[in-house]
Ligand binder design. Structure first.
Ligand code: AMP
Ligand code: MG
Length: 393
């Protein structure tokens, strides 16, 4: 049995970043760039009007009462320009290419137009309202660096620089194998002794919430043959193989035996933690394998604490789990036993409280929790107002 800290270190050491793929930028949200991105163009690539108004050619600043002769109009997207000389102006719109000789764009709100003559109603500094060529980035300069996580604005910037597709780190394909004879899909009738299957939807939702949709879910009965067969197939297809249930010490728990038969490299089995002691972690070639205990709260907590950072690591985000902070515990808590504990909690403006109903079989507490409180194995009593480590859900 390993400690929580040792287990997490082992996972971090074993899990490697995946390879690279080229994707259309529209599919790159939250992906990690696998190349430095150089702009293909100057942005803007022409002097550009920042206002609807008039582009004028003047000799220096413009004073209230100055007049210009209007000789044409340039819309956004218009590719032909109009030559200007001092004293002349063109009607212009936001985003349009400003004529090369224009010195200033004057917003229409401070211009009076009579026929082809415009009069400026306020003093204006030379050069305003013109976005200079290349003021955002020059062609060939680095716009975004390799390793950057692509946000919506990052993807927009890629488009602005002229990229329709880009090299990013792959995302893991995730297979989930759910075991248990007692499990019935919700919506059907239950016979005595059966329960509704909830782990698949819980785990898949948690994964999706952090940007890792599940590729395939398999359901198997508690027989050795079926378990072995299913795990063999899933292993050959998945970057990450997750299993639910059947990893404990019962006579019908076949996941461990089957994985060993498939010659996975076992890194740990059982962690000194509550909930989720019978957690199993292995690798086989490049595939990462977590066998989760079937109790709903155990499976979900292990996913949050070990699997989430592993998936982030594989995707190029580094070994990042839930965000952590220290908060005062609102009332005293006495931890029994020598295992580290993850407690369902609720963050309030004053601190964090431990919720009632911590059993690993219970989800009613988890369903309203917004935090997990981590108490290390060595800690037994926590006094009210003592700071505890909190993982935000
Ligand atoms: P196991 O780890 O297979 O011994 O299961 C431990 C407990 O979790 C048992 O009470 C199971 O009925 C329950 N359990 C296992 N798998 C699921 C599941 N997919 N959905 C809901 N409960 C489950
Ligand atoms: Mg079972």
């Amino acid at each position: 049995m390993v400690s929580v800290e040792e287990a997490l270190k082992i996972v971090e050491k074993q899990v490697k970043i995946l390879g690279i793929e080229v994707l259309p930028i529209s599919q790159c949200l939250n992906r990690v760039l696998a190349m430095d991105v150089f702009s293909k163009i100057d942005i803007p690539s022409f002097p550009q009007s920042a206002m609807d108004g008039y582009a004028v050619c003047s000799l220096g600043d413009i004073a209230e009462g100055d007049q210009f002769e209007l000789i044409g109009e340039i819309q956004a997207g218009q590719t032909e320009t109009i030559d200007l000389i001092p004293g002349k102006a063109v009607r212009i719109f936001t985003g349009a290419a400003v004529p090369p000789e224009a010195t200033t764009v004057i917003m229409q709100e401070i211009v009076t137009k009579e026929g082809s003559k415009i009069t400026i109603d306020k003093d204006v500094k030379e050069g305003v309202n013109i976005r200079e060529r290349g003021e955002q980035i020059m062609s060939g300069d680095t716009g975004l660096q390799s390793g950057t996580k692509l946000t919506p604005s990052g993807i927009g910037f890629l488009a602005m620089m002229g990229y329709s597709e880009i090299k990013v780190v792959k995302k893991p394909s995730i297979h989930l194998v759910v075991t248990g004879n007692e499990l019935v899909p919700p919506g059907q009738d239950l016979a005595y002794g059966e329960i509704y299957e909830s782990n698949s939807v819980t785990l898949a939702s948690a994964l999706e919430n952090y940007g890792f949709p599940v590729t395939k879910i398999h359901f198997v009965k508690d027989t050795y043959e079926e378990t072995l067969d299913c795990l063999k197939t899933a292993l050959s297809e998945a970057d990450v193989l997750l299993t639910s249930g059947g990893i404990s010490v019962g006579d019908y728990d076949f996941v461990g035996r089957a994985l060993r038969e498939l010659e996975v490299d076992e890194h740990f089995y059982k962690v000194k933690q509550k909930p989720g002691k019978p957690l199993f972690f292995a690798t086989k070639n490049e595939t990462v394998i977590f066998a989760l205990p079937g109790n709903p709260a155990s499976a979900l907590t292990s996913l949050y604490y070990y699997i989430l950072p592993a998936l982030n690591q594989m995707s190029g985000n580094g070994f990042e789990g839930l965000s952590q902070l220290g908060l005062p515990l609102l009332s005293e808590y006495s931890k029994k036993g020598d295992r580290a504990q993850f407690l369902k909690g609720f963050i309030t403006p004053e601190g964090v409280e431990i919720l009632d109903g911590q059993s690993s079989a219970m989800m009613h507490t988890y369903a309203i929790a917004n935090a997990l409180i981590y108490l290390p194995a060595a800690q037994s009593l926590v006094n009210a107002k003592d700071e505890v480590l909190v993982l935000k859900l």
